[in-house]
Structure formats: structure tokens, C-alpha cells
Design a binder for this molecule. Sequence first.
Ligand code: FES
Length: 104
Amino acid sequence: MSERVAIGSLDDFPQGPKRVEIQGHRVAVVRIGDDFYALGDRCSHADYSLSEGDVYEEDLEIECWKHGSTFSLKTGRPTTLPATRPVPVYEIEVEEEKVWLKLP
Ligand code: FES
């Protein structure tokens, strides 16, 4: 059963990526405008942090800074090599200025 945990208020999340570590999950939370996306913060190619990479807002992708794979913020699937496996995707909910993450 999934669990919903509060990870902060809207003000805690400036535009762009931010790493959140909660209950053993390392998550890259990305804010674009008022939209939120959340991916596993470990590149599936090697253990590098996606939240330290660039976000491409138009394509809704984040780039691994180490070797340049990009991942869809919506599906977690890599859109360029060398990564070939997806990273997990988490659901985010925003309610009354509070940001919630759904853990699997
Ligand atoms: S570690 Fe991310 S592409 Fe290689």
C-alpha cells in the first residue's frame, strides 16, 4: 500500500530540481512553474544524482550530468543513451501550499 508523506511547503521548492531523501528513498523532485515531477535520484546507468543535472522544461526531461542521458520527467524512461533502463517515478500532490510525495 502506498504512503503519502509531506516533504515541505511550496516555498521549499524553488524552480528546478531538488533532492529529497525520505524513508530510504532518494528522490529528485523537479518543479516547473506550479507543476511537480519526482523521479528516483539515481541514474540507471551508474549511481549519479539526477537532481544535480539540467532540466529541459520544454521536453520535460532531466539530464544526468555524468554521461548525458536524459530521462522523461513523466515516465522515468531514458530518452538518450547510455542509460537504457527507466528510473522510478513518484506521484506528487500539492494541497494548501504543502507538497506530498507518494511512496510505493
Ligand atoms: S551515470 Fe548517468 S548517464 Fe552515466
